[in-house]
Design a binder for this molecule. Structure first.
Ligand SMILES: Cc1ncc(COP(=O)(O)O)c(C=O)c1O
Length: 358
């Protein structure tokens, strides 16, 4: 029987804290589709203020936040968006920008650190003189931190340069900031400065910050007015939504300060895993709360067997292929959980249990 559970599949698996539950019970609510929910308004205003933008809008998910943002910026048919070929929007959002929005994606190669080369972005911008045949480039999307690159962070300097490029060509810049607070904490840069060059950001509250539901998109007042209308079109207008906004507000107040600890634990875990025979981790690539690692050839176990073995001991990770796995830290993982996880890996791969599983 499993006596201990350490869920490292994602930072989306957190359960609401007592403070979040209490806030939900007492939240003051009203009909948000009529624009009257005070708790939703409070959360939206606070996130907008923190991000240094004029206004915010609560949406049910990061996927909807990105979709609405892209569609607002690309509201003319035949628009094209430049985005990373390894970005969440391009890979994991059902191609919604095309299927729902009629927006054409122009993927540019993501480097291992989550950036796209500036010269490649510039080369991907369509020449307006070719308008008879080309789609019209209207938007560039970045992702910070970059999930598929192992949670690596895009610097302020890089983001500013992409912003300058966008301005030079009359384009908008959107940031998928599902984990923008992780990036800000890891870089030691205030989050409003990190996103200064962006016209819009989608900020997830249900990832590293641990809220049960929701994201907030931020931008100019006119951007948010259009976004609100699109949210209704997509069925994302919710009535007494203040109940979930109240929990998200607690997440914002209480959990940004815990991200640094998550990053430190990720580093400890990555270093420990890298010392176990049969595993390989690029420890230097672990900048925030995400760890990707490989099972080396000739190892005792395949990824599938290792996954099952860990599961039997209550350690849940995310398989990412025949020999690759992902772990994500979050505020409900303690240092002792990290040590227990290492001892489970150690035992599965070498048959030796270390004395660190308390
Ligand atoms: C980088 C990134 N963007 C967007 C999303 C989408 O968020 P949601 O699952 O809330 O739709 C995710 C989800 O994990 C993500 O990792």
């Amino acid at each position: 029987m499993v006596t201990r559970m350490v869920d490292l599949r994602s930072d989306t698996v957190t359960k609401p804290t007592e403070a979040m539950r209490a806030a939900m019970v007492t939240a003051e609510v009203d009909d948000d589709v009529l624009g009257a929910d005070p708790t939703a308004f409070q959360l939206e205003s606070e996130v907008a203020k923190i991000m240094g933008k004029e206004a915010g809008l609560f949406v049910p998910s990061g996927t909807m936040g990105n979709l609405i943002s892209v569609l607002v910026h690309c509201d003319i048919r035949g628009s094209e968006v430049i985005l990373g070929d390894n970005s969440h929007i391009h890979i994991y959002e059902n191609g919604g920008i095309s299927t729902i929005g009629g927006v054409h994606p122009r993927p540019v190669k993501n480097n291992e650190d989550g950036t796209m080369d500036i010269n490649l972005i510039e080369a991907a911008i369509r020449d307006p003189r070719g308008e008879l045949v080309y789609p019209t480039t209207r938007l560039i999307c970045l992702e910070n931190s970059h999930a598929n690159s192992g949670g690596r962070c895009l610097s302020v300097a890089y983001t500013d340069r992409v912003g300058e490029l966008a301005t030079k060509h009359g384009l908008k810049l959107h940031i998928d900031g599902a984990r923008i607070f992780n990036a800000s904490v890891a870089l030691g840069v205030p989050v409003h400065r990190l996103v200064q060059a962006a016209d819009s950001i989608s900020v997830c509250l249900s990832k590293g910050l641990g809220a049960p539901v929701g994201s907030v998109i931020v931008g100019s007042k006119s951007f948010i007015t259009k976004a609100r209308r699109l949210r209704k079109t997509l069925g994302g207008g919710m009535r007494q939504v203040g109940f979930i906004c109240a929990a998200a507000f607690v997440a914002l107040q209480e959990n940004v300060g815990k991200l640094e600890g998550d990053h430190k634990k990720a580093k400890v875990l990555a270093e420990g895993l890298n010392q176990i025979k049969g595993l390989r981790v690029d420890v230097a690539a672990v900048q925030t709360n995400i760890i990707y690692f490989d099972i080396v050839e000739g190892s005792k176990l395949t990824a599938e067997k290792l996954y099952k073995n860990l599961e039997e001991h209550g350690v849940l990770v995310m398989p990412e292929g025949p020999a690759r796995m992902r772990i994500v830290l979050h505020h409900q993982i303690s240092s002792s959980d990290v040590q227990y996880t290492l001892s489970c890996f150690q035992q599965a791969l070498t048959g030796v249990q270390e004395e660190n599983g308390n």
